[in-house]
Design a protein around this ligand. Structure first.
Ligand code: BTN
Length: 244
């Protein structure tokens, strides 16, 4: 595959979307940046431009790994699972977990955020945007960040070679997206096993509703399942506003 490296960009996802608009990207294409000035996330995340973190976007074209469009709704969870499995190699002994729909947690703090977008071009492609806290630290950060965010360095007390972390991630993306393309029936079981919210009381907000319930896990379609007073409810989107 190709690599498009930038010292500084606004957002690697924006660069990736622009590539797809300009031309048909048919192999995997990696957009990598040392620094982002306007990294985008869900909500108001702002820690994705820090030195020591790893920020990149990977374009997966329909001809590339052959993930048919009906499976694209599962791309976020597949990306998150890939990050968890890569972290198993990078930080053995510390179990990472998936916070539906697109965060990866380590030791109770967010270590990675994922923003999956669909790129419009002559054909549609998937853009997997990843921000992972590697050598940046939250130990001296404001208390509201220290309690919710972490990095590989914070979790282990040592520094990492970001290229090695990137390679471990890319290997897992390839393996896990092939499983998604092949409709591997074990894949949903793997998300479920990594689900950080299972068993917790979760509040989710959609544009029209706010619902609280005990999380029963993630179903095979990728929906979050909450046991509410009115019975089980499935969510395909929404923002988790609390979990305990
Ligand atoms: C989130 O936690 O809300 C998602 C954050 C995703 C950040 C990554 S950094 C690389 C890529 N480019 C962006 O602009 N965003 C994603």
């Amino acid at each position: 595959g190709e690599v498009d490296y930038h010292e500084t960009v606004d957002s690697t996802n924006d660069v990736a979307l622009a590539h797809c608009r300009r031309r048909a990207v048919d192999g995997p294409l990696l957009v990598l940046a040392a620094q982002q000035t306007r990294g985008r996330g869900r909500g108001a995340n702002s820690w994705w431009s820090v030195a020591g973190s790893l920020t990149f976007s990977l374009i997966i074209s329909p001809t590339g790994l052959g993930v048919s469009q009906e499976r694209w709704p599962q791309a976020s969870l597949t990306t998150g699972l890939s990050v968890c499995l890569a972290l198993d190699h990078v930080v053995p002994g510390i179990r990472s977990a998936l916070k539906w729909p697109n965060d990866v947690f380590l030791n109770g703090g967010k270590v990675c955020g994922i923003l999956v977008e669909v790129a419009e071009g002559s054909t549609q492609s998937l853009v997997l945007g990843i921000g992972i806290n590697v050598n940046n630290s939250f130990v001296d950060a404001p208390p509201e960040l220290t309690t919710i965010a972490t990095s590989l360095a914070d979790a282990t007390g040592r520094e990492f070679d970001r290229t090695e972390v990137l390679i471990a991630l890319l290997k897992q993306f390839e393996t896990q997206f092939r499983r998604l393309a092949a409709n591997d029936p074990q894949l949903p079981a793997d998300w479920l096993q990594r689900c950080a919210l299972r068993g917790l009381t979760v509040t989710i907000e959609t544009p029209t509703h706010r619902t609280t319930g005990r999380c029963a896990g993630i179903d095979p379609q990728g929906a979050l399942v909450l046991e509410t007073v009115e019975g089980p409810e499935r969510f395909f989107g929404g923002v988790i506003t609390s979990f305990e």
